[in-house]
Design a protein around this ligand. Structure first.
Ligand SMILES: [Ca+2]
Ligand SMILES: [Ca+2]
Length: 381
């Protein structure tokens, strides 16, 4: 029987092998990409150096020089020097490692094998495969190398020595060969080698055609009517409403949404202060719109304490000490005569909030909830 330690060792070794293979497979794909980049750049540099020669001089000499330069090692070296970004290690390493192959191609294979990518990347250093093929032996992708994944997906490792040739299907398609349709799509055309999946109507979960009459099954939020069509469910007409009490409901195709009412409403049918079913506390109905209640003008005194003044604000009101009075321990007391305290300056700055006008106080208190007296902030001073 295997000991625990030995089992661990076995598990770690297997994990390492799998991990290494993943890295290796990725490396194989990357190597091909690097090679492709190199040969693309080779083509660009080849064109760039077409018009160059060894240097100035008379025309006859230039012509001779040009024809010589075309196939010269100097031109090859100039091309090779510009194939990679200096920061790209993989690119520089590959060019350096296979410099000999570039020389062979340049002097001996160029005419017979004009496609450098094919000769170098696929046939010589074996990092790429022909299109539609994958893996170390360049096997055909799923669905064949002519049309991998039947044209409805991407073959893993396509064109490289890596990957496993399996298909990642495009949106709408599924299956090993990307010939089947996912839910919400239907086959417009299908045979052994071709499939066209189109999207169902928004109301169908599954379907056989493109309209809401072709649903096999309606999607959530839709229901079948007597004629067999899938129609939107109006969730907002449900009783009770699917929204909270202070929200209004908006029906949409296949769904609905809930939005919080205007702050002046406690219940509403839509957005804005004129869509209230009932007004929020502190507001009253004025010709169909909820407006602020001026509590200070109500017959019942809302600020019952001595020497208090009522200040109205939007949605509420505040009770503050009247001019010439200041709050101390919950009651409004008369402001002492100037000079009665040691430091006049600090005394007056301390009192300033109580001498501001009612309008300013209303602003200050606008968003505050209904309060009977000020809190004793200054008591800490
Ligand atoms: Ca709906
Ligand atoms: Ca008010």
């Amino acid at each position: 029987m295997l000991s625990f330690g030995r089992l661990c060792w076995l598990f770690c070794s297997l994990s390492f092998i799998l991990f290494s293979q993943c890295i290796y497979a990725k490396d194989l794909k990357n190597s091909c990409n690097t090679c492709k980049q190199i040969t693309d750049n080779f083509g660009k540099e080849f064109n760039r150096t077409k018009k160059q020669n060894f240097g100035g001089g008379n025309t006859a000499w230039e012509e001779r020089a040009l024809s010589k330069y075309e196939t010269s090692e100097i031109r090859l070296v100039e091309i090779l020097e510009n194939l990679c970004e200096s920061s790209s290690f993989d690119c520089n390493h590959m060019v350096e490692e296979h410099e000999g192959h570039f020389e062979t191609w340049w002097f001996k294979r160029q005419t017979k094998h004009p496609d450098l990518y094919k000769w170098f990347c696929i046939e010589t250093i074996n990092v790429c495969c022909p299109k539609g093929n994958f893996g170390p032996d360049c096997n055909a992708c799923m669905g064949g190398s002519e049309k991998p994944c039947h044209g409805n997906g991407i073959c893993d490792g396509d064109g490289t020595r890596g990957g496993d040739g399996r298909c990642s299907c495009d949106r709408g398609y599924k299956g090993e060969f990307c010939l089947d349709c996912i839910d919400g799509y239907f086959n417009e055309l299908k045979n052994d080698t071709f499939s066209l999946c189109s999207e169902c109507h928004a109301s169908c979960k599954t379907c056989t055609g493109s309209t809401n009459e072709d649903c096999d099954e309606c999607k959530t939020g839709w229901e079948e009517n007597d004629e067999g069509k899938c129609l939107d469910v109006n969730e907002c007409s449900n009783d009770p409403s699917p929204c909270k009490e202070d929200e209004y409901c908006l029906n949409t195709d296949g769904s609905f949404s809930c939005t919080v009412c205007d702050k002046v409403c406690s219940r509403c049918t839509g957005a804005g202060p004129d869509k209230c079913l009932s007004c929020a506390t502190g507001y009253q109905d004025t010709e169909g719109t909820c407006t602020d209640v001026n509590e200070c003008e109500q017959s019942d005194a809302v600020c019952p304490e001595d020497n208090q003044e009522c200040v109205n604000n939007i949605g509420s009101y505040a009770c503050i000490c009247a001019s010439g009075y200041v709050e101390q321990e919950g009651v409004c007391v008369q402001v002492p005569e100037p000079g009665a305290v040691e430091s006049d300056v600090s005394w007056f700055s301390w009192l300033m909030p109580y001498f501001t006008s009612g309008h300013d106080q209303a602003k200050l208190n606008e968003e505050e909830p209904k309060t009977e007296t000020h809190s004793g902030e200054h008591e800490d001073l």
